[in-house]
Design a protein. Sequence first.
Length: 341
Amino acid sequence: MMNENREVWTGAENAGTINCPSCGATLVAGLRFCRMCGYRLGEGVEEYVATQRLGPHAPRVAAPQSATDPFAARATWGHAPLQPNSTASLGQWPDAEPSPRPRRFSCRPRRGNWMVWMIVMIVLMGSGALPFTFKSSGGGAAASKSFLGVDGFDTAEGGGARVQGIAGPNTPFVNAGLIGGDIITSFDGKRVTDAGAMSRILAETPPGKTVEVTYIRDNAPGKTSLTTMAGKDFQGMSAFDARPGGEGDIEISTRRLERVLVPSLNIYGVKVNSIDRNGPADLYGMKEGDIVIKFGDYLIRTPGDLRYRVDEAVPGSIVKVLVVRGAEQLEIPLKIGRSKN
């Protein structure tokens, strides 16, 4: 068959090229298809063979035999044989087996299906048939979860959830007299083993509930009660921002504050590692490396609490700051500046 087909092509093949019998283009010898018109030249180098799957009911019709037609002795699918100048894709030959599995259905998403499923889910949830509901990231989700007004929790070394700091004024945490660094060991009668347990218990506690809290501060146990609030009711630091003088500032680098143990007192304080030149802390005698343990009337045990107490201080007021420097304790009166933020 191939010998007969090759006799039709010109003698240019002996020189390394051939002419396409369909469009006359000059091609490199040995190609399987004409690069110009797609005409099948022979069983040369396979450049591209596309997969063709036809339906199981397509009739098989024998093509007319011709010694000069490369399509001769080939059977075609359909009602007529493929022609050399047809627009059929390369490689779509009839000897490919038809697909043995007719597709009955598809798992691919169809346009509009997601809307149908969403409607079904909403109907089921509304009827109570599903054991959960969707919660948005807005007020709806926050309203169903209790909020204390803290920066977050860490897992304490001996167990329990240690409070990272105070998040704002007029919160359940502040109103209960708690401070950053307190380790909560029991909340609403439930044991708190770590930070994750504290978060889970809060999620299960409805807003507005008064609960008993057991905690440890400076290695001593304590107990208090507080009334939880909804997160949507938290106003942040807006109360300080609304004051005529705004938030307080002593011009220290709050990003470089460090919670450290004071060995001589066996308590934790906050080490100040960077002080702005000519700021209130610098002008009134604080030094880099000082460990703050008290700010005004409030104990300081975490960086979050020191940041909060500085913001809370009224600009222009004098606040006594108790620091540990080396082996001694110093009380430094600071005149609070005004935040530039």
